[in-house]
Write a protein that binds this ligand. Structure first.
Ligand code: SAM
Length: 245
């Protein structure tokens, strides 16, 4: 099976292993690479996602696929001392980096850590006011199972926020973005992290990810209501939001 870019599609059984390898490999340079690849704009995308989450003081938040904890740090400021943020990721290396960063920022108090697979969350039903998955869903093999699991752990009235690369809204942006992702991005990966293959995987995984309306439909099928999405940077990134009613 090949994708529309001619890359070999990874059999489902091997995808977990592949994703683990990619994030083991990129963990050390992850934050630097995010800044370089997006020219710092990922910080703005994350801030917008946080404001769309409507998270308030005292709430409980799950930052799923939280990696090195950028979103956790922003949520922590919002929930305050009476709230709680769980930084959860499947990858021990990314989680370890995230934990060290949160301790360095002095955010150890109400941040908790969990090594979890988004497809089968080990939390009780109705535990969180908000679940956020930032640049993580495209790496998950069974996205429908993951969305159902996120729905289960949300309290009634809780929100799901999916921050993810999406489909550019116009052809010029798409052409420039394709050229950048497949010609420039892997070279930056090679130069800075000595890892061209991982960044090629990242570019390809973005193209394979469902577009805005498909993801909205998948959220509805998982039980979410009042689903909507917000395009950023001409649809290169989108925030999807849905409620558990
Ligand atoms: N949310 C962070 C951010 O925005 O900077 C990190 C995003 S990073 C691109 C994707 C993360 O998803 C990685 O840390 C990876 O380990 C995690 N991940 C991949 N598959 C996962 C799964 N099935 N369950 C939980 N986390 C997963």
């Amino acid at each position: 099976n090949t994708t529309h870019f001619g890359y070999q599609q990874v059999p489902t059984a091997d995808k977990v292993k592949l994703v683990r390898g990619v994030f083991d490999s990129v963990a050390g340079r992850y934050d630097l690479m995010n800044d370089l690849m997006s020219l710092g704009v990922h910080r703005l995308w994350k801030r917008i996602a946080i404001s769309l989450s409507l998270v308030r003081s005292g709430e409980h938040v799950l930052d799923l696929a939280g990696g090195t904890g950028d979103l956790t740090a922003l949520f922590e400021q919002r929930v305050g001392d009476s709230g709680k943020v769980v930084l959860a990721d499947i990858n021990a290396e990314m989680l370890k980096k995230g934990r060290n960063r949160m301790i360095d920022k002095g955010l150890a108090g109400n941040v908790h850590y969990a090594q979890v697979n988004a497809e089968c969350l080990p939390f009780a039903d109705n535990s969180f006011d908000c679940v956020c998955i930032g640049f993580g869903l495209r790496n998950v093999t069974d996205k429908a199972a993951a969305l159902r699991s996120m729905h289960r752990v949300l309290k009634p009235g809780g929100r799901l926020i999916v921050l993810e690369f999406s489909k550019p809204t116009d052809q010029l942006t798409e052409a420039v973005y394709d050229f950048y992702s497949f010609n420039i991005l892997p070279k930056i990966g090679k130069l800075v992290a000595n890892d061209e293959a991982s960044y090629r995987y990242l570019a390809e995984s973005i193209r394979m990810h469902p577009d805005q309306s498909t993801l909205k439909q998948m959220m509805q099928e998982a039980g979410f209501e009042r689903c909507d999405y917000f395009n950023m940077t001409q649809g290169i990134v989108a925030v999807h939001r849905g409620y558990k009613i």
